[in-house]
Design a protein around this ligand. Structure first.
Ligand SMILES: Cc1cc2nc3c(=O)[nH]c(=O)nc-3n(C[C@H](O)[C@H](O)[C@H](O)COP(=O)(O)O)c2cc1C
Length: 321
């Protein structure tokens, strides 16, 4: 971002409020879905929800498959419903929308309705994680028909589609937009790598081939900034995530055209510690975002989206392409 030596605004007047899919946020931030479905997850989700409500930012839960398909630990998600988080996202994986084996239960409108009710969700996040599935020994390998299943749900519920660390291209985003999807969370490379996470699990289980695939595809995907540049021109709200670890990262993402920035790995440790730590981390990110806005002379999120920037490093060849 280009430094503006004379900002010609007061720090105090910087206003980071925004709306995302019709919901008013006190800052353009989203805690992207992480957890649920086991006993310890309740505390993490509760810390996240309480802090998100107090700071006024959006929050998603992790995949709700455990609760809505297997009936496991619904309370580890439902605790989120008790907090006035301004925008809550339910979460289901795209591989669960199609039968992976003959006779397998699939997630349909009824399961989605339950997933949304469980946390009083405003929006359904459908996650794409086919890279992760390929590094899991028992991973789901069927993806045919996914787009149309997402389309069916998108006509019944407000749907945001998110990746989980490998990024969205324009072609995929266009296909989803044409099926009624309302928003995207790019979740590109640069942050949590599920190929890496699953590599370690595969090693532990002695799954040699999957471990090898995890290593080979460790960095696979579209870098988060490039994914924002690919998807934002479609005109739908875009969350930039994948490697957002500070308010400066969030500012850069918004300058590139995102409506909000999302983080998972950036708040996980705090959330596993306490509500206070989680709140402090979120407030620090918001403060850093305001510092970046001050130093670029942007008074509002809309102005931040127009500040000048320079792109270098590994992103350049992607842009040339
Ligand atoms: C521990 C952990 C669990 C996650 N579980 C889910 C999940 O259940 N559903 C989902 O959509 N994304 C899940 N994600 C992916 C994140 O929402 C996010 O897309 C990805 O981690 C990239 O962001 P980051 O670099 O800030 O971590 C998880 C991430 C982490 C770190």
């Amino acid at each position: 971002m280009v430094h503006r030596a004379i900002p010609e605004i007061d720090f105090e007047e910087i206003d980071v409020r925004t709306t995302f899919l019709g919901h008013a946020l006190r800052a353009p931030l989203l805690i992207t879905g992480m957890t649920g479905g086991f006993p310890d997850a309740a505390k993490i989700n509760e810390n996240l929800a309480r802090a998100a409500a107090d700071v006024g930012v959006a929050m998603g839960v992790g995949s709700e498959r455990a609760a809505v398909v297997k009936g496991q630990y619904p309370e580890s998600y439902a605790c989120v419903a008790r907090y006035p988080v301004p925008l809550k996202l339910a979460n289901i994986g795209a591989p669960q929308l199609i039968p992976q084996n003959p006779g397998d239960p699939v997630v349909g409108p009824e399961e989605v309705r339950r997933a949304m009710e469980l946390i009083h969700a405003d929006v359904l996040a459908i996650h794409l994680n086919f890279l992760q599935e390929m590094v899991q020994p028992e991973g789901d390998r069927r993806a045919k028909g996914c787009l149309d299943r997402i389309g069916t749900l998108a006509h019944k519920f407000p749907v945001l589609v998110k990746e989980t660390g490998a990024g969205l291209s324009r072609a995929v985003a266009e296909a989803l937009r044409d099926r009624g999807v309302r928003a995207f969370d790019v979740s590109g490379t640069g942050g949590t790598s599920f190929a890496a996470v699953e590599y370690y699990r595969a090693v532990d289980r002695g799954a040699d081939r999957e471990a090898r695939v995890g290593k080979t595809f460790w960095d696979w995907g579209i870098p988060s900034p490039i994914s924002v540049l690919e998807v934002a021109p479609l005109g739908l709200p875009v969350v930039a995530s994948g490697g957002i670890r500070s308010g400066l990262d969030a500012a850069r993402a918004i300058a590139l055209g995102a409506s909000a920035a999302g983080t998972a790995g950036g708040v996980l440790r705090a959330a596993a510690t306490s509500y206070e730590e989680t709140r402090r981390e979120l407030e620090t990110i918001v403060h850093e975002l305001k510092v970046a806005m001050f130093l670029t002379g942007a008074k509002t999120v809309a102005e931040l989206q127009k500040v000048p920037y320079v792109i270098g490093g590994e992103s350049r060849p992607w842009i040339r392409r």
